[in-house]
Design a protein around this ligand. Sequence first.
Ligand SMILES: Nc1nc2c(ncn2[C@@H]2O[C@H](COP(=O)(O)OP(=O)(O)OP(=O)(O)O)[C@@H](O)[C@H]2O)c(=O)[nH]1
Ligand SMILES: [Mg+2]
Length: 254
Amino acid sequence: MFEHKDPDYLKFIVSIALALVVLVVTAVIFDRKRLFSAKKSVFVISGPKSSGKTSLFELLTKKELPVLTVTSVEPNKGVLNLGSQIGSYEVIDFPGNEKLKSLYLYPFLKQNSTSLKGLIYMIDASQFSSEYCTEVATDLIKLYEITESVPNGVDFQLFCNKSDLFTSKKWTTIKTLLETEITQICKRQVLNLSQISSSDDQSDDTAGSLLATTFGDGKFLFERLDGNTEFAQGNVHKKSIEMVSNWLHEKAVN
Ligand SMILES: Nc1nc2c(ncn2[C@@H]2O[C@H](COP(=O)(O)OP(=O)(O)OP(=O)(O)O)[C@@H](O)[C@H]2O)c(=O)[nH]1
Ligand SMILES: [Mg+2]
């Protein structure tokens, strides 16, 4: 009797063992997938000096305005709590100083561009002179060269801060001025590169080719970027940041 049952018993043991092996292999594959698919969990705050980045960072992370801010000399990291249903995200406020951006911001973006939920770019709308416009346009080109190199790019919100000051420009005006300025800068870059490449075949034309894709009828348009760039305005001083909060919620759930 036992001689007839043994093979069945063995088959049963082998099936169980096989099922276990399949389970373990699936678990390993699933974990590897999780390891390699970057979790988008960081919001970055960037922009020119004194535009209000640290003030916004404190308001978002501590729900209150700082009594006094000084020029940041290193990034501020904090937790952005978007409620129990959405969860928490890391938020980093980078200093606006040019040298500090090269030290902290650009390397961070290059290493973490796939884990970025979005980037809030703060502008002081009350100081938007032609020099300030050139500074912002140049800075945005540098950022887009990094963020547009990842699939689907990175979403930006260009927050025009300090709307409480009577000299501040509307976001619609700022958007038009920036598109014109970025067009001019890119055209100059493309021209310079074509002059260099005619004398030096080894020249690198990534900046020109990347931004050339965002031109329509010879003009740069924010809408043509892979990442979505939205404009908003308000003022951190009076805690008028609904447009930032709405954008953060929208990006977090998507
Ligand atoms: N009027 C007005 N002032 C603001 C507003 N937001 C920030 N400020 C002031 O702008 C100044 C600079 O603010 P910060 O938050 O330190 O600016 P930042 O962008 O972090 O500057 P850096 O760290 O140097 O890059 C401070 O004196 C703030 O009080 C605003 O909405 N309206
Ligand atoms: Mg600061």
